[in-house]
Design a protein around this ligand. Structure first.
Ligand code: HEM
Length: 163
């Protein structure tokens, strides 16, 4: 059974695995921040607020590692698909949308950091508060959509090699 898997396949298997783990860690971590820590902080500000800053700085490292892993492995996956001629027009279009959404997520992270975002400070005005919420929730939302697109890519590719 393993006899059919050559060395290149094993490498791609690990690349795919690392890409998926990076994606899960990033989206999962963001979901935990947005849907668990934030609401708990709202309900118990005095309890959670003191630990938000240390949590945020460690979480930032997790995001850094995940994003680097996702980009490097994503590029390898892309070139692996491109070297055959099984990548159809539909596959390219879906990949393009996936990349655009990924870039948007990278931009959101970058913007959070530019604004020197401090999770312990309360957003001042309505606009601040709203953009914080939309920003963070948007990231999780976009991430979930990217997962769906990745599944679509896979089906498109598999259909293309079996036809
Ligand atoms: C530089 C950015 C990225 C590139 C170039 C890239 C490229 C790719 C490619 C080519 C595939 C294989 C698609 C196929 O099966 O035909 C893939 C799969 C996948 N990507 Fe990305 N991707 C990027 C960013 C992301 C991000 C930001 C996420 C999540 C938030 C993500 C999540 C996934 C997942 C979950 C899979 C499926 C892995 C599997 O089949 O086990 N990717 N990606």
């Amino acid at each position: 059974m393993f006899g059919e898997i050559d060395a290149g396949d094993w490498i791609m298997l690990f690349v795919r695995w690392a890409h998926a783990i990076g994606a899960v860690a990033w989206i999962g971590g963001s979901a935990f921040f947005a849907f668990v820590l934030r609401p708990v902080e709202k309900a118990n500000p005095e309890l959670i607020r003191p630990i938000m800053r240390p949590l945020g700085s460690v979480y930032r490292e997790l995001v850094d590692i995940s994003v680097i892993a996702i980009i490097v492995t994503g590029i390898v996956l892309m070139f692996d698909r491109l070297t055959g001629d099984d990548a159809t027009a539909a596959w390219f279009i879906v990949l393009g949308v996936k990349l655009a959404l990924a870039l948007w997520m990278f931009y959101l992270v970058w913007r959070f950091r530019q604004s020197d975002f401090d999770p312990t400070a309360h957003p001042k005005g309505m606009v601040d508060r709203l953009s914080w919420l939309i920003g963070y929730n948007a990231m999780v939302f976009i991430g979930v959509v990217i997962f769906l697109l990745a599944a679509v890519l896979r089906v498109l590719f598999e259909n293309s090699i079996s036809s």
